[in-house]
Structure formats: C-alpha cells, structure tokens
Design a protein. Sequence first.
Length: 138
Amino acid sequence: MKRFLDFCENTENKIRVFLSRYPIIYALIGSLGVVLFWRGIWHTADDISMSSSVSLLAGILILLATGLLVYEFIGNRLIISGLIGEEKITKKEEGEIKKEEKEIETEEAQLRNLQSTLSRLEKKLDLIDGEVKNNHTK
C-alpha cells in the first residue's frame, strides 16, 4: 500500500511540476476536474433521492467536522487579519496587498520545501531502520 501511495504522490508531483509551466492549461484541467467531481456528487445525491434540506444539513455537518466551513467561505487570510488587528483589505494599498501575498507565497513555498525534505528524511530513516533490523537478526 505504501508503494502505491508513494507512486501516486510522485506522479502527482511530476504532473504538477509539468503543468505549472502552462498555467492556463493547468487552470482548464483543474476546473474540469472540479466540475466533474461536483457533478458526480450532485448526481449521486439525486440517485439516492436526497432532499435539498438533507443535502444542506449533511454538507454543513461535513464541513464543520472537517474544519473546512470557515476556511472555504471566509478564508484564512481574513481570519488572520482580524486576529492581528489589521485594517480591512479594501483600505490597504494595492502594493501592500501584493507584498503580503508574495510573502505568503514565499512562506508556503518554504513549507512545501520543508515537507519535501521531511519526507526524504523519513524515507532515509526507514532505510536505516531496516538495515539496523537486518544487522541485528544476523
């Protein structure tokens, strides 16, 4: 199972890296995937005769349970700005907003790099652990 998940993760990374060079095509493929996904969800709800009120309640409960309700409809940027007492985004200058967006993108890139490094270190530790176990059994 781990091999399969590693394969999927590696394939996803390769596709993402390739498509990131072509942002318009990337956006079109991504939007197609999102629309088809939601179409499938919609038709599945219709197939099981789920009423609109049951759909609404189930959706709210799922979003609340996963913590996505606030994130999806308000966004973390708005929450963070409120917590640290920033001005409304509409009152900020455009340059200031772009600067903050670049800082966030840089931090997100650094986080992805750290996650990648951590993943590689975990794989190396697994290999070392396997070698240690093999040496102890001999």
